[in-house]
Design a protein around this ligand. Structure first.
Ligand code: BDR
Ligand code: CA
Length: 311
């Protein structure tokens, strides 16, 4: 199995991404680290512990990381999307998993450095503050990780502004650090994640699992679906972060293209935009991979199969 660090801010789609990782035999979770994003660090950490509990991950490492962006003030997601708790909808169980006392950034560094070279994959699904801080404290992680597969950005649209996606918009300086480090990033952005819609038939498949985890997902989608419909006009909610984990498990689920990605830090209308160049027009190396197309049927089979293995 692929050893991963899930760096997240749950968040409904982060929570489903955790469940996918927990249930799939192709993934071995080295650690879950949290970052302020969809909600405050305190709330998203509590949510991560609750989701780990639902998944039956009794002795997984969960550690809290950075509570605010590197430079800018925090922009929490509009509470209409994820609720005041960051994970409104399901009743969250009392965590059976204890919070690791270490800082999330230290946990990321230790997980990468303790494992063999080229073995740990980082899967960030929130603002990139922890990962950027880890790179600054221990630059050796860049050469040591297997790869970075993140949810964030997009090459044709944004969701906070016309140009910028939430995870990148929240901490563009951190995103700049991550995209300019000497490692390969797979950017799973909005162009891809807007293809991963939890349509009513998908919700019914989760319900039909008849398990605690299946019920938990239905309760999440019962909140997340109407929230996305009301706020962004989507017929069904896109489960962004799940796509990044799916790509790690089965690369064929997500088609990618090589590209160079620069993060706009000073745009009048474009701050936080992931400026994606598929042609290397200014002579830059096409050093990253950018997700373009989702195999929708294969994706949901993968997710349902994994969640179906949970309690
Ligand atoms: C991203 O923003 C958050 O609201 C989601 O959890 C996802 O990581 C989508 O723009
Ligand atoms: Ca997220």
């Amino acid at each position: 199995p692929r050893r991963v660090v899930l760096d997240c801010d749950p968040g409904h789609d982060d929570a489903l991404a955790l469940l996918l990782a927990a249930g799939h035999p192709g993934i071995d979770i080295a650690a879950i680290t949290t970052v302020g994003g969809n909600q405050t660090l305190e709330k998203v950490t509590r949510n991560a512990l609750a989701v780990a509990t639902v998944a039956g991950l009794d002795d997984v490492v969960v550690a809290a990381g950075c509570d605010r962006p590197l430079v800018r003030d925090a922009v929490l997601t509009d509470p209409r999307t994820h609720g005041e708790s960051g994970l409104d909808g399901p009743v969250l169980p009392e965590p059976a998993v204890a919070l690791d006392p270490r800082h999330g950034v230290d946990v990321i560094i230790e997980a990468v450095m303790a494992a063999g070279p080229g073995t740990v994959t980082l899967v960030p699904t929130g603002p990139l503050t922890n990962v950027a801080t880890a790179l600054r404290r221990e630059p050796c992680i860049a050469a040591r990780v297997r790869e970075v597969v993140l949810m964030g950005g997009g090459y044709s649209k944004g969701n906070v502004t016309a140009a910028a996606e939430f995870n990148i918009y929240t901490d563009p300086e951190a995103a700049h650090v991550v995209f300019s480090a000497p490692w390969r990033v797979t950017m799973v952005g909005l162009d891809l994640t807007h293809q991963a819609l939890a349509t009513p038939d998908v919700v019914e498949r989760f319900r039909a699992l008849g398990t605690t985890a299946g019920r938990f997902v239905v309760d999440m989608l019962d909140f997340f679906g109407p929230a996305y419909r009301a706020k962004q006009g989507f017929p069904a909610p896109p489960v962004h972060d799940v796509c990044a984990v799916a790509r790690v498990i089965d690369p064929d689920v997500v088609r990618v293209r090589p590209a160079h990605v620069a993060v706009e830090l000073r745009g009048e209308h474009t701050t936080g935009m992931t400026v994606t160049d598929f042609a290397g027009r200014e002579g830059q190396e096409l050093d990253h991979l950018v997700a373009t197309e989702l195999d929708v049927a294969r994706f949901w089979d993968l997710v349902l199969g994994a969640v179906g293995r949970l309690p």
